[in-house]
Design a protein around this ligand. Sequence first.
Ligand SMILES: NC(=O)c1ccc[n+]([C@@H]2O[C@H](COP(=O)([O-])OP(=O)(O)OC[C@H]3O[C@@H](n4cnc5c(N)ncnc54)[C@H](O)[C@@H]3O)[C@@H](O)[C@H]2O)c1
Length: 433
Amino acid sequence: MKLCVIGTGFVGVVSSAVFASFGNQVVGLDVDENKIEKLKQGIVPFYEPGLTELLLEQQGHGNLSFTCDYQAAIQDADVIMIAVGTPSAPDGQADLKYVLAASESLAPHLKNNAIVVIKSTVPPGTLEKVEAKIKQHTQVRFFTASVPEFLKEGTAVFDTLNPDRIIIGADDPGVFETLSELHRPFNAPIVKISPESAQMAKYAANSYLATRITFINQVADLCEKNGADIQDVIQAIGFDKRIGKHYWYPGFGYGGSCFPKDVKELAAYSRAIGESGNLLNKVSELNEERIAKLLDGYGAKMGGWEGKKIAVLGLSFKPQTDDMREAPSVKVIPYLTSHGSTVMGYDPKALPVVSSFIPEHPQASYTDSIHQAVKNADVVIALIEWPEIIGFDFAPFGNSSNSTSKWFIDARNQFDKQKVLSWGYQYLGVGRS
Ligand SMILES: NC(=O)c1ccc[n+]([C@@H]2O[C@H](COP(=O)([O-])OP(=O)(O)OC[C@H]3O[C@@H](n4cnc5c(N)ncnc54)[C@H](O)[C@@H]3O)[C@@H](O)[C@H]2O)c1
């Protein structure tokens, strides 16, 4: 099939390359000329393992190209996938301005019977708005559908090639048929439902996972008051098959480009339809407050943050990505500098984007050498479980003289407490005594 993917961000580039690898003819389209120039040269403008190789391979086969030209990209496309950003508006609801701008730009070039698929995360009711916008600019017959994306950054290529399921939200049987055909090579269960159900399924999935993180954080906070260890509690409850051992992450709260935004959007949607008591409002609020609350608590245990030298390890929102959208570092570092600490931040991939997320501060500097970050630090905060951080030998940097305390904050409970103590640090985890 001939495809156009609009928006060459994380979702758009991965989707373009993967659909091309299935033998489709794919054009990736973006309004960002710099991004398109890089992609044309086979350069992925962000870090995602395995993506550059796939991109170069498909460009080499002639299946994949990139452009800023709407007419050239749309006029022959059987299926157009909109994968532009949907940030939260100031009231928390999804801001559809990019989706509607893309709809308006594509409309005049649509061929008859083309299918416009929304891959971006959008609330129920969006397809009507998209259809109305397109109809203002074309007379041709077209169809719409919602096919939400579930990839995870850091493992996006694998996730896209091996989805747990494909959700196709559409009303027309012919659209189901065409999109099922397009997705058949994924060899995954295909769930055919209405567009509204597909959109709610995407929000429900992310909101559930975010709520699960918030839930275990709440239990972790209680553990700290009574000597229980949250990791032992997780192990114990995990034997219940209804609960399971997987996906428990007590820590500094959920972050990234999707969970915070999607929970806020569903919460705002609930308020907009008169359901202001919806649980997700509280989930979002607890997550927003979490980092300051934890840092206040750690500061109190360490005799305050003033004058301390801190190594903040891991600036991206999770390992194997350079994406810092809603990363814990974005809140942690300004908190520390505003409390009188001097910070050296370390990350193996995210340094080029730090200045877009954390305002410059004379007491904050950054390095791609973990050794450099840790060597003079009074406090190590292991924020993200990059292998470079988990596998680092901290032993030479702990406090051997015992004259002053050095502290190790294990923000994701990734380290063995006894080992950290043996390195000469005092250990502070999340929900651990
Ligand atoms: N990033 C993820 O892990 C992920 C996972 C699942 C779903 N999603 C959803 O997918 C959507 C895209 O997310 P992303 O992280 O890839 O976004 P992104 O911000 O990385 O990329 C969006 C791209 O859209 C382009 N764009 C904006 N307006 C445009 C227009 N009118 N025409 C052409 N291009 C335009 C931007 O220049 C940008 O390159 C969002 O709705 C997001 O919630 C993201």
